[in-house]
Design a protein around this ligand. Structure first.
Ligand code: NAD
Ligand code: TYD
Length: 359
């Protein structure tokens, strides 16, 4: 049977890590469809550029003719949808792209997957999977004493980003119940690690701290996220793909709840140790409380018992080891950082932070 998989968004943060892990750990081919938005970067994939098992295609998941022709040509045994607009702050200032890619793009993929799946021979049809990579943000926000999100927790998305992901999860669910498409959905907590675009809290803090710039902490800094090292997320996705039950959703989390302020101080301390700079001094003094994000969810926490019990997946990294590895990775990849921080990046930083610091 054809062992090819089709990955979308494989030039972004998590998709890159997944593709690199997949090429390293399997014999299979991966077709990688990515629009190369500001968040996508082909340079991430340089190490597999000449590998015949990695086929990069520059294109849009909203393009039904392109999806149909890729499925026909490559006959994949699975589609894994990572492609999305993924940054909450951008979804607040410009939600349209989130509706287009996250909802209409998921719909387009599902429809083309259904037509393709219907045409398969029985053995290939039974083996086929559509895996949708989603987020814990669809469940909304928790109070400090609330139990962690389970797969049965009602959806209550609060940001345009979360609402668009929740919508796509609902479409995936409906394509299973109505058409029988063998779907799998993963709802994962906040990721961090190599290749993360420096608009998100952890890489932004690492780079600003390295350069002695202010470290913006939204609100009171006491919002909590459950952090997962990206390679553990990718391992969970592979496990769900191979062993997950069609129609099921799986929560994925790091069992590492941390307050934002503690994440930021941890990074400051690691950098003071690895890269002391007498001109900067102790980096904790760069911390600057800024205007809060509108509708800022207070706490996310994942109960990962289902994937752990059913599929035997557990995170390999604790937050302390994972964050250390991540800081070291950013120190060793300054060229990559310089390249992704293009003019468009500086425009975003100006747009997102100018009003916040001036509170
Ligand atoms: P990212 O923003 O780093 O990467 C997204 C990728 O999708 C980019 O390479 C971009 O070019 C591509 N893309 C965007 N629009 C596209 C389109 N219309 N067609 C084709 N490609 C397109 O995102 P990420 O952090 O790697 O997240 C990947 C997936 O995981 C997303 O679906 C996100 O919702 C989900 N997720 C992310 C996190 C996290 O902490 N980053 C946590 C849980 C779930
Ligand atoms: P982020 O990395 O944007 O992920 P998400 O919003 O999807 O959880 O933000 C993580 C947390 O850090 C979130 O509570 C918002 C906060 N944050 C800051 O305090 N300062 C910042 O500059 C950014 C980007 C985020």
């Amino acid at each position: 049977m054809n062992n090819t998989i089709l990955v979308t968004g494989g030039a972004g943060f998590i998709g890159t890590n997944f593709v690199l892990q997949w090429i390293a750990n399997t014999e299979a081919r991966v077709v990688n469809l990515d629009l190369l938005t500001y968040a996508g970067n082909r340079r991430n994939l340089q190490s597999v550029e000449n590998d015949p098992r990695h086929i990069f295609v520059h294109g849009n998941i909203c393009d039904d003719a392109l999806i149909a022709s890729l499925l026909k040509q490559h006959q994949p045994r699975a589609i894994l949808n990572f492609a999305a607009e993924s940054h909450v702050d951008r979804s607040i200032s410009g939600p349209a792209a989130f509706i287009q890619t996250n909802i209409f793009g998921a719909f387009t993929l599902l429809e083309q997957a259904r037509v393709y799946w219907d045409s398969l021979e029985p053995e290939a049809k039974t083996a086929f999977r559509f895996l949708h990579v989603s987020t814990d943000e669809v469940y909304g926000t928790l109070q400090p004493e609330d139990p962690a999100f389970q797969e049965t927790t009602p959806y209550a998305p609060n940001s345009p980003y979360a609402a668009s992901k929740a919508s796509s999860d609902m479409l995936v669910r409906a394509w299973h119940h109505t058409y029988g498409l063998p779907v799998l959905t993963t709802n994962c907590s906040n990721n961090y690690g190599p290749w993360q675009f420096p608009e998100k809290l952890i890489p932004l803090t690492i780079l600003n701290a390295l350069e002695g710039k202010p470290l913006p902490v939204y609100g009171d800094g006491l919002n909590v996220r459950d952090w997962l090292f990206v390679e553990d997320h990718c391992a969970a996705i592979s496990r769900v793909l191979e062993e997950g039950r069609p129609g099921e959703t799986y929560n994925v989390g790091g069992n590492s709840e941390r307050r934002n302020i503690d994440v930021v101080t941890t990074i400051c301390d690691i950098l003071d140790e690895l890269q002391p700079d007498s001109a900067i001094g102790t980096r904790r003094k760069l911390i600057t409380y800024v205007k809060d994000r509108p509708g800022h969810d207070r706490r996310y926490a994942i109960d990962a018992e289902k994937i752990s019990k059913e599929l035997g997946w557990h995170p390999a990294q604790q937050f302390e080891s994972g964050i250390h590895r991540t800081v070291e990775w950013f120190l060793a990849h300054r060229n990559w950082v310089d390249e992704v921080r293009s003019g468009a990046y500086h425009e975003w930083i100006e747009q997102n932070y100018a009003g916040r610091f001036a509170q």
